[in-house]
Design a protein around this ligand. Structure first.
Ligand code: SAH
Ligand code: SF4
Length: 388
């Protein structure tokens, strides 16, 4: 451990315990520091129940990576808040707070950008910029939780009746959580810690594009975290193009991994399906999806594709969406149309930063050129700008 390099939020409880031991302090100090961090206080000078000497020594050790709020958009009558947070090195990510009568859900990012290159996704088009640290992941929840506690966000009052703390966290913001396993697993532990945010594992959802080794690691964590898999296609031919990582981990392997996850955790898995007009909304895709979901007893969330800058694909007609869901259900699967929170504020999860910048990052080799091949399949208008 070198001096002044520690973001306190990047320290696990064990890390904090090691630190106080190193400073010759009793273990309970770690609990006190942890309690301050949970309340959003990361400046040792403000940790008033610690002895002054310890506060000074902690100040020498801590180099907090505090995000700055550089953008804020509100939608759904004040019930959805999209926050653009910039870290000291200049990288910006999005965090979305969604308020419901008895729930407050935060949608968090795990990477600045994403290397997976799904051609319908704004984050994918921008490419990968860098991993977030565990601390940077946790801080997004801290920011949202502090806003709920104070009832104010960025000088704006939250709607009356909003919960006063975060109840659910979904890893559905920028990036692929299982391509940043250390930060994802450490942050899940942080959020679940009974002395921390004390979120039930069931209230935490990790959404993945289907990185099989990562799902296995999540399974080994031993917590019944909800797993959501972004399927989007039920044949390898189509999925290879819509979700390029499918070429490495094809559907049969993914389905077996999801089945194992359900068995080990006893948790029902979810399937996410971004419905794109004339691309993945036909009867064959619906039938195969219904069969997969029925075998897995998974719940299917259908999300109409959000328009994204630079992509000409769009959501199907209302009638087509209804017909698609009906067809999936006929196979014995449960399927619902997910509410598209924040659309009017460009705030849907997975849509992050699109209106700010595009391009500049790196992409998985398999993803490069995916758009051209999709075009060759004559699935409709190809996305512009991807694969260039
Ligand atoms: N990388 C992870 C989590 C972040 S994306 C994953 O892909 O699962 C979160 C969700 O938003 C995914 O289901 C993704 O497919 C979806 N998404 C991305 N772009 C979208 C768009 N333009 N319209 C609707 N959903 C989109
Ligand atoms: Fe990455 Fe998820 Fe977007 Fe695919 S959908 S590019 S995995 S963020």
């Amino acid at each position: 451990m070198t001096a002044s390099t520690l973001d306190p939020y990047a320290l696990s409880r064990d890390g904090l315990a090691d630190l106080v031991a190193e400073l010759g302090e009793p273990t309970y100090r770690a609990r006190q520091i942890h309690a301050w961090l949970v309340r959003g206080v990361d400046d040792p000078a403000e940790m008033t129940d610690l002895p002054t000497g310890l506060r000074e020594r902690l100040s020498e050790r801590f180099a907090p990576s505090r995000p700055e709020l550089i953008g804020h958009t509100v939608a759904d009558d004040g019930h959805t808040h999209k926050l653009l947070l910039r870290f000291p090195d200049g990288e910006a990510i999005e965090t979305v707070l969604m308020l419901y009568p008895r729930r407050a859900t935060v949608c968090i990012s795990t990477q600045a950008g994403c290397a997976m290159g799904c051609p319908f996704c704004a984050t994918g088009q921008a490419g990968f910029r860098r991993q977030l640290t565990a601390g940077e992941v946790v801080r997004q929840v801290v920011v949202a939780d502090a806003a709920l506690r104070s009832g104010v966000i960025d000088d704006q009052a939250l709607p009356a009746g909003a919960p006063d703390h975060v109840t659910n966290v979904v890893y559905m913001g920028m990036g692929e959580p299982l391509a940043n396993l250390p930060a994802t697993l450490a942050s899940v532990r942080w959020l679940h810690d009974p002395d921390g945010f004390d979120l039930s594992a069931r209230g935490i959802t990790v959404s993945t594009v289907g990185l099989v080794p990562g799902i296995r690691k999540l399974e080994q964590l031993g917590l019944p975290v909800t797993l959501a898999v972004s399927l989007h296609a039920s044949t390898d031919e189509l999925r290879d193009h819509l979700v390029p990582i499918n070429r490495t981990h094809p559907l049969a392997e993914l389905e077996a991994t999801m089945r194992d996850y359900r068995r080990t955790t006893n948790r029902r898995v979810s399937i996410e399906w971004c419905l794109i007009g004339d691309v993945n909304d036909d009867d064959e895709q619906a039938d195969r999806l219904g069969a997969i979901a029925a075998r897995l007893r998974a719940h299917v969330n259908v999300i109409p594709m959000n328009p994204t800058p630079g992509v000409t694909w769009k959501e199907p007609t209302q009638a087509r969406m209804r017909a698609f869901i009906e067809r999936v259900r006929r196979r014995g699967a449960e399927a619902t149309l997910r509410d598209t929170r924040g659309r009017d504020a460009d705030a849907a999860c997975g849509q992050l930063l699109a209106s700010y910048t595009l391009g500049g990052g790196t992409r998985l080799p398999a993803a490069v050129g995916a758009a051209d091949r999709v075009d060759a399949l004559q699935l409709g208008d190809p996305p512009r700008g991807a694969g260039a």
